[in-house]
Design a binder for this molecule. Structure first.
Ligand code: AHR
Length: 662
């Protein structure tokens, strides 16, 4: 044992010597000289290049982006009373019975029947890990209610804090024995991170209740049935080129019955049939028994969100296959037609005139103008011949009716291996429009693969890097962190995506959102709790690339080669024709300070002053957090440029971006 310790100490000491040698030799080194061939345009950067992947995972929609505060608002969870508990105030006596109407109303079977004989009897809703309430904010309550014969009593609404102190209250007065919608509004007296909502019969009698809802007034754009403004703002701030929705594995579902069906997510809220969220049971170590999809955030709202944030919509539809990690059910080929019809009808819903069957539904929901959808995805992480067989039928049907719509095809779960090779070969043989590649890999993989697309077929299908994130431990480990090492490695890789923008036309980090208490999967781009939200270091990298996209790719060369990790340097450059600027991105992935001299070739003039934006941390384990949301955030300064040469001193572990007028 002693021997082992000795050996270990010696090795450590040797390591220290080696590191210090490397450091001193590096500082002695003169700056490397790079050449930017600014007049040799290699590719156009697609406006869609840097975008977003949204899935209802980690409480991303219900309890997250969708601002509804009441969980299980229509009692349709598997356990009707989940999220609710009985309240007996002032020695109340009463009963709460969950009634099931069955097929009389298949999308909304259940409601609760309350009866009270004394005191204040009712139910309390716990919200999604509590309800985040803000002082001075207005809250809109609504309910479908009907009085029992002979009852005329009121419904008392109370929002209470963790100690049961009332922070907001209202009274609703249902007047009819027929179902009707009633609303009330009140202002919260204090800020509460985990409030709950009490609903009580104020008088003796009986009442039936359904669709019990509470929204803050400050939703994104103040919309009813709206989205959490702070979360949308983080997305809007990225100016994303596209938004992929609704996933991810929930597109497939654990079983075909539990697949995502867009038609069930539009129209009146009470007609949107709730289903279990696949992530409810996916990870034994992160079970989420109360995770369902209310579809309050449905396909209309997704399209509207895209429009709001200027992102091209990219819906992904089920290919007739349930998740192959789960049941791997497939629909028989001769029964695929309803699935294909869903795809065709979706295109009409998004783009058809308000006089068409599905365009009319869009118009009725308040959007007569088309949503201008240009792409559709068929299948998420599907693999094997069963996928290709089904995809071919979809492709023909979509191409026949909508030849201008580009189809996104999945190349499976991994960026290499048998499944990938098979699908890549088949999809290329089919002359696929766009292939969706996924990589959840170690940071080192990202560093080593910055040249992945340098030798891809320039004439073949375009590539969508549809889901990627560096994993600090391993894929799906609950210990993965959104640390700087992962974010910086992704930035290095992204210089390779940018350099190959003639092949790669879209890229998105995944997953997008996670609730600090409601997550199943980590790492994630944006973390929230009930009141706060922040962008991770990875978010800062994504935002930097997206806000500084440029229009034309030009080469950055070191010894006449692309910069793909030589001595830890990664680089790419674009020209922005709209602003007449050169945009240079350089990553120093090494732990030492390095210098680079970037000589700009082929331009008649370059301004003497530009801006330099740096993301860096000496600590590869550094993270942003709810408490310190901007630990890793861009630092902007001005930079002098002499004789068409950008001289950069690059911090260890840094992502650097220069913009200069040309
Ligand atoms: O992003 C999380 C999951 O990872 C997605 O749902 C799936 O497509 C991938 O396996």
């Amino acid at each position: 044992m002693i021997l082992q310790i000795d050996r270990y100490t010696r090795l450590l000491a040797m390591g220290a010597v080696l590191v210090s040698c490397a450091t001193s030799s590096a500082s002695a080194q003169s700056a490397k000289v790079f050449t930017i061939k600014a007049n040799e345009v290699k590719a156009q950067v697609a406006p869609t290049m840097w975008g977003l992947f949204f899935e209802d995972i980690n409480q991303g929609a219900d309890g997250g982006l969708y601002a509804e505060l009441v969980k299980n608002r229509s009692f349709e969870f598997d356990v009707a009373g989940m999220g609710w508990k009985e309240i007996k105030d002032q020695n109340a006596e009463g009963t709460a019975l969950y009634q099931n109407r069955g097929n009389v109303n298949p999308a909304n079977r259940r409601y609760v029947q309350l009866k009270s004989s004394s005191g204040r009897y009712g139910l309390a809703n716990e919200g999604f890990k509590g309800m985040g309430i803000k002082q001075g904010m207005q809250y809109d309550f609504s309910v479908l209610a009907r009085q029992h014969e002979g009852s005329t009593g009121n419904l008392l609404i109370e929002l209470v804090d963790e100690k049961n102190a009332v922070v907001g209250t209202a009274t609703v007065k249902p007047t009819s024995t027929n179902w009707a919608k009633y609303t009330a509004t009140f202002v919260a007296k204090t800020t509460v991170p985990k409030a709950s909502l009490n609903i009580m019969l104020a008088d003796k009698g009986g009442m039936d209740l359904d669709m019990i809802s509470l929204f803050p007034r400050d939703t994104w754009k103040g919309r009813k049935n709206g989205l959490r403004a702070d979360m949308v703002q983080l997305l809007a701030d990225m100016k994303p080129g596209f938004l992929r929705f609704p996933g991810g594995c929930i597109v497939e579902g654990r079983t075909l019955d539990e697949r995502f069906q867009w038609k069930k997510t539009i129209g009146n809220l009470e007609d949107r049939e709730l289903i279990i969220n696949r992530w409810n049971v996916e990870f034994k170590h992160r079970l989420a028994p109360d995770y369902f999809q209310s579809f309050g955030l449905g396909f209309f709202e997704y399209f509207q969100l895209c429009e709001d944030i200027g992102a091209a919509p990219l819906p992904i539809l089920n290919a007739g296959m349930a998740c192959q990690f789960n049941t791997a059910e497939v629909v028989p080929l001769d029964e695929l037609q309803p699935y294909i019809q869903d795809a065709l009808d979706l295109i009409e819903f998004a783009n058809g005139p308000a006089t068409s069957v599905w365009g009319k539904k869009r118009a009725e929901m308040g959007h007569p103008a088309p949503f201008k959808m240009t792409m559709i995805g068929v299948g998420n992480e599907n693999w094997g011949p069963q996928y290709i067989e089904r995809l071919k039928v979809f492709t023909k049907a979509i191409n026949d009716k909508y030849p201008d719509i580009k189809i996104v095809n999945s190349s499976g779960t991994d960026p290499n291996g048998d499944r990938f090779d098979y699908l890549d070969r088949e999809l290329r043989a089919m002359n696929a429009d766009i292939i969706d590649e996924h990589y959840y890999r170690a940071p080192q993989w990202f560093l080593e693969n910055a040249g992945r697309y340098d030798n891809y077929d320039r004439k073949g299908p375009k590539i969508f890097a549809g889901e990627y994130a560096a994993q600090s431990v391993r894929i799906a480990s609950p210990d993965n962190k959104n640390n700087w090492q992962c974010a910086m490695s992704e930035a290095a890789f992204m210089t390779g995506l940018e350099r190959n923008a003639d092949v790669v036309v879209m890229a998105s980090y995944a997953p997008l959102f996670a609730h600090a208490e409601g997550w199943q999967w980590t790492p994630d781009l944006i973390w929230v709790d009930n009141l706060r939200s922040y962008g991770t270091a990875n978010y800062q990298v994504q935002k930097l690339f997206s806000l500084n996209r440029g229009t034309d790719v030009v080469p950055v060369l070191l010894d006449n080669k692309a910069v793909t990790g030589q001595d830890g340097y990664y680089a790419s450059a674009t020209i922005d024709r709209k602003t007449n600027e050169l945009i240079l991105k350089v990553v120093n992935s090494s732990g030492k300070k390095q210098s680079g001299s970037f000589v700009i070739d082929g331009l008649s003039k370059v301004q003497g002053k530009g801006s330099l934006t740096v993301l860096s941390s000496a600590d590869l384990n550094a993270v942003n957090s709810l408490e310190v949301p901007e630990a890793i955030s861009p630092k902007v300064s001005s930079i002098a440029i002499k004789n068409k040469k950008i001289n950069l001193d690059l911090n260890p572990y840094s992502v650097n971006m220069v913009r200069v007028k040309i």
